[in-house]
Design a protein. Structure first.
Length: 132
């Protein structure tokens, strides 16, 4: 199991690198994916991003080497860059007025924040219930 044998400093450094690689990849590829979605259509780029992101998440469950985990997180960020900005652009495209666009984008943002805030509650409840 990754991280089980390391001290706190090693685990902390690995966690920081994983977070940084994901964010860096997201930053590097988001503009390119937005441009590609303008050129080839939102649906195809969004579908590629969702399939790729799903595949990287599934492979994450089977990776046991830290270097491979780093590569997986970079690829995850690369495919997430095809999902988040393209989905927001598609939502903006579907709005008929500026007010509707603002309302829809605010709702999506609030949904993401609600998920981010509620996930620790669900995780602690599930962990308190014990192994399944």
């Amino acid at each position: 199991m990754l991280g089980a044998g390391g001290d706190a400093a090693q685990v902390s450094r690995a966690t920081g690198i994983l977070t940084g690689l994901y964010t860096l990849s997201l930053f590097l590829f988001a503009l390119m994916r937005g441009h590609l979605s303008d050129r080839f259509g939102r649906r195809s780029i969004l579908l590629i991003g969702l399939i790729g992101f799903g595949a990287t998440m599934m492979t994450f469950a089977f990776v046991e080497n830290l270097t491979a985990v780093y590569a997986e997180r970079f690829l995850s960020g690369m495919f997430a860059a095809a999902v988040t900005p393209v989905a927001l652009a598609a939502i903006g495209d579907l709005a008929t007025t500026e007010e509707a666009r603002a309302r829809r984008l605010t709702f999506v943002s609030l949904a993401g924040i609600a998920g981010f805030c509620s996930d620790p509650c669900w995780a602690s409840s599930l962990s308190a219930a014990g192994p399944m």
